[in-house]
Design a protein around this ligand. Sequence first.
Ligand SMILES: *Cc1c(COP(=O)(O)O)cnc(C)c1O
Length: 398
Amino acid sequence: MTEKKLRFDSICVKEGSDNRSTKPHQLPIYATSSFEFETMEEGIDIFTGKKSGHVYGRYGNPTIDTVAQKLADLEAFGTGLEAYGFLTSSGMSAISTVFLSLLKSGDTILTQSDLYGGTTELLLKVIGNSGIKTIFMDLTRHDEVEAMLSNNRTIKMLYFETPANPTMRCIDIKIMARIAKKYGAVTCVDNTFCTPVIQQPLSLGIDFVIHSTTKYLNGHGNSIAGVIVGHRAELKKQIWSTLKLLGTTCNPWDAWLINNGLKTLAIRMDRHSHNAMIVAQYLDKHPRVLKVNYNGLPGHEFHQIASAQMKSFGGMLSFEIDGSLNEVLQMLNKLRFCTLAPTLGDVDTLVLHPATSSHLNVDKAQREANGISDGLVRLSVGIENVDDIIDDLCQALL
Ligand SMILES: *Cc1c(COP(=O)(O)O)cnc(C)c1O
């Protein structure tokens, strides 16, 4: 039908001429909830998987799929593995989608006690209600982990984070992957703190990597999203099918923002690591600082394992101030350059006080046993001039 023959109000409704004759230099945002078929046969072929193509936005979209594949390529870089990726609506939805795709009632997840707080709550309050159990233990005790897996054959997944938030404790990825494989458990690592620039769990034998892309991958603090990356072809359909049924798909706008952030990921991570090392060394010598948790410091408990599995030490650190809760809060109130914000991985330096925010609902004794005292401060060191970060810390810590 030629447009000339259409009535005025139909022209309003229909798309105009197709002007896509020149390839865009930058990835476009495909703001469309569905895709057109040329013929009925084409629709059937795409629906049945005979032909590749898009159908409906919740199943995927060119903007979303391009960014997901870029992240899969980065996580699998240099491994020879053919990885796939799925963008999700948040880091939390990446995690819940992995659990609900790969586990069923009666199965058990083995994990660490110092997980990201949201993940612990998800396991206890939501996943637990579906009949999937969780066992929390210290995953740095390798013999105990192996004994647990050999004694409890309902453990179907080993899930962990390294370095852990906010203490920077590390877990040996290679050893965890080896033990899990021996007992047939699938492995998943939350790689949010490192990004594939610094750590590639897939290269160390892990099956799945998830991220809150909200943090370093986006890097500019302007979107909430997540990603699931895997390489085992036989599990891909399960993940995709659960994702589309839960409706935890990302949206093309946020995917586009992640892509913008990714363009500078490699240089940003270099600068984050560089700045964090200088800040850690400064804090380590400060008289008001009792302890610095940064794996890049040679004296740190996890320096060796971090050096073996991380290419640099990243932008995250925490430190313990010598003072009462009130004194610590008053010091943090003096900060002018660093930002008090409950996130991490942005280009600017961010400060969080775990005891009064992320760990507010954790029992004080349990919190302190996990190294989170009232004096502990978490820093997400930004990419600014490091002297401005240190000047600000210096005037606040007096
Ligand atoms: C922020 C974060 C999450 C949750 O991600 P959202 O994008 O906020 O849903 C999960 N794991 C880690 C390590 C995080 O820092």
